[in-house]
Design a binder for this molecule. Structure first.
Ligand SMILES: Cc1ncc(COP(=O)(O)O)c(C=O)c1O
Length: 411
């Protein structure tokens, strides 16, 4: 006989969390129970409209039927065994990633940070193989970028606040201002092996590279024989309305980094590159116990199929433009509260003149999930399948908050 455990209350869960989980997040007072499409429910039964997608992960919403079916089928067959063996789902996903990109080869890992670390390793190995007489290991990244929390990814991240108190960082990184081509060009020296760019900065507050800048950096990389690495972990896989973000910038990188939505909510990340670059790492020089898990890979294949479906991305772009337009109207109506609106596709930031967390809390109270990044930027990252009616619903909630409350002072 199995004893059914009593269902904990919201208060109990929050108390256990406070008591037993080390505190590295400022958590909202909500305990999630379940999700369907673009809605979430907490364990007290309250319904929410989701414009956060679990950190830009649930690009197809919650419980997408084909994704769930593919994951369940693999779960029933085999959850895990490891990379000393072949898995159909992993091979099929790699095949689809190659077919839908510039690449020839795929490396798999679990998290975004891990795949960034791999890109650093690969770039150094590649440069040393290409030009063994020179010791090239430096990578140029952008100020304001976010690449993850492992020491490699943290060192690549161009934000001091993440480096404070945990140094020294990994040597070999230089940070330049986004869209400043002259600064980027002059950061290159005889030690440089790559330039890594997060084309639309997510954690940094939704700052967008210009097409001109990314194109110029591509030429710069070609001219200096450097790898152009694009971190599309947040802005890729449909988020800005293109299958891959690089397509919106009309460039082709040497190395593409994917993560977040790839595993349909399970950890899965990928590095896509050309054969000549992939050859820089040989058997035994890289590995992962879990990387490329078949259940996560099954979800990834469904995501790629959906992105490829005729009209899917056009619709996401259209709804994204509508969201941007509606946020723009808010900014026009509340110039005393809003600095401006930035974004593309379904990745938008509304910069407030005050700190954002209080507005995020009020939105949650009113049944809307968003988050705040870079202190004052409300970030909107709905599922790619969000509807214009749901955009209206979300914007109406924010409008009501802006109309109804006097916010805390900026700073
Ligand atoms: C652009 C970008 N790169 C890397 C990462 C790190 O990903 P993860 O949290 O899966 O390690 C993130 C996470 O927010 C990200 O937005």
């Amino acid at each position: 006989m199995t004893v059914q455990e009593a269902r904990p209350s919201q208060t109990e869960v929050m108390q256990w969390d406070e008591k037993y989980i080390a505190r590295t997040f400022n958590r909202q007072d909500v305990v999630w129970d379940r999700g369907r499409q673009h809605r979430l429910w907490d364990i007290a039964g309250k319904e929410y409209l989701d414009f956060f997608s679990g950190h830009a992960v649930m690009n197809l919403g919650y419980g997408h039927p084909a994704q769930k079916e593919a994951m369940q089928a693999q779960l029933d067959k085999l959850v895990h065994n490891g990379n000393l063996f072949h898995f159909a789902e992993q091979a099929l996903l790699a095949k689809r990633l190659v077919e839908t990109s510039f690449g020839d080869k795929v490396f798999f890992a679990n998290s975004g940070a891990e795949i960034v670390d791999l890109a650093i390793k690969l770039a150094r190995k590649w440069a040393r193989r290409e030009r063994p007489q020179e010791d090239q290991y430096e990578i140029i990244t952008l100020k304001g970028s976010f690449h993850g929390r492992t020491f490699g990814a943290l060192s690549a991240t161009g934000q001091d606040k993440y480096h404070q108190g945990v140094g020294p960082m990994l040597p070999g990184f230089k940070y330049v201002q986004i869209n400043n081509f002259a600064a980027t060009a002059s950061a290159i020296n005889n030690k440089t092996c790559a330039i890594m760019i997060e084309p639309v900065q997510g954690e940094g507050g939704i700052h967008i590279s210009t097409v001109k800048y990314i194109k110029e950096v591509q030429e710069l990389c070609k001219h200096n024989r450097l790898l152009l690495i694009l971190d599309e972990i947040q802005c890729g896989l449909g988020r800005i309305g293109y299958f891959h973000a690089y397509q919106a910038f009309d460039v082709v990188p040497d190395v593409l980094l994917l993560g977040k939505p790839l595993g349909g909510g399970l950890p899965l990340s990928a590095l896509v590159t050309r054969q000549d670059v992939a050859l820089a790492l040989t058997v035994g020089e890289h590995g992962s116990t879990f990387g490329g898990n078949p259940v996560a890979a099954a979800a990834g294949r469904v995501l790629l199929n959906e992105l490829d479906r005729p009209g899917f991305l056009e619709k996401a772009r259209k709804t994204g433009a509508y969201l941007g337009q509606q946020l723009g109207m808010l900014a026009a109506d509340y110039p005393d509260r809003i600095v401006g609106v930035r974004g593309t596709g379904l990745m938008w930031g509304l910069e407030l003149k005050e700190r954002g967390p209080e507005t995020v809390r009020l939105a949650l109270e009113a049944g809307l999930v968003i988050n705040c990044t870079a202190g004052q930027v409300l970030r909107f990252l709905p599922a790619l399948t969000i509807t214009p009616e749901e955009v209206d619903e979300a914007v109406a909630i924010i409008r009501k908050i802006l109309a109804g409350k006097t916010g805390p002072a900026a700073g």
